[in-house]
Write a protein that binds this ligand. Structure first.
Ligand SMILES: [Fe+2]
Ligand SMILES: [Fe+2]
Length: 185
């Protein structure tokens, strides 16, 4: 699979977890017990799959190449926008972790911060992914030189190989399935 198609598949995987997050927030609204362990799994997925595995390929390979090859306007415009959204996502997750910690210690009011940050994250990421799928990735595919595309492919292949050696892809596919199963009830 080519690098951009693979990253679009990863978007689908990330969106599956965004749906789970929304379901869990609805459970909190309905005053169901918060399963903190489930949130720990979500945070693990977001940090290590969505961010470290997926965003890293964008930041260090694809977006880097687009910025280098397609000029300052693209680098300081749409690419800067995407990187700023990655950072915004990290902030929501940091706030979510801190809210979870407070609830764990008995602060019931912090449930509202769980919902606020979790839903803000899902909204941000859903829109972010749509922009990448429909605009940025397509722009890159269309405008990057053949050499640049080959370089992106090679670098992504290496990253995938090193991740597979650590079982990253399999581990997080299993976590997605587990999370979907848990959030059914
Ligand atoms: Fe991104
Ligand atoms: Fe992405």
């Amino acid at each position: 699979m080519d690098a951009i198609s693979l990253m679009m598949e990863e978007h689908k995987n990330i969106k599956r977890v965004l749906k789970v997050i929304r379901k869990l927030c609805i459970k909190i609204l309905n005053k169901e017990e918060i399963e903190l362990d489930v949130f720990n799994k979500i945070i693990d997925f977001v940090k290590n799959y969505a961010d470290k595995h997926h965003h890293n390929k964008e930041e260090e390979v694809l977006f880097k190449k687009i910025s280098e090859e397609l000029g300052e306007k693209i680098k300081n415009g749409p690419i800067y926008g995407m990187l700023a959204e990655h950072d915004m996502g990290r902030l929501y997750i940091l706030n979510l972790e801190s809210a979870l910690e407070k609830v764990r210690k008995g602060d019931e009011d912090s449930k509202v911060d769980i919902i606020a940050n979790a839903i803000s994250y899902t909204d941000l990421l859903n829109r972010h992914i749509d922009k990448e799928d429909n605009a940025i990735y397509k722009f890159g595919e269309k405008n990057l030189s053949k050499e640049a595309i080959i370089e992106v492919e090679e670098k992504c292949r290496e990253i995938e190989k090193s991740a597979a050696n650590r079982d990253i892809q399999n581990k997080y596919m299993k976590i997605i399935e587990e999370l979907e199963e848990i959030s059914k009830y």
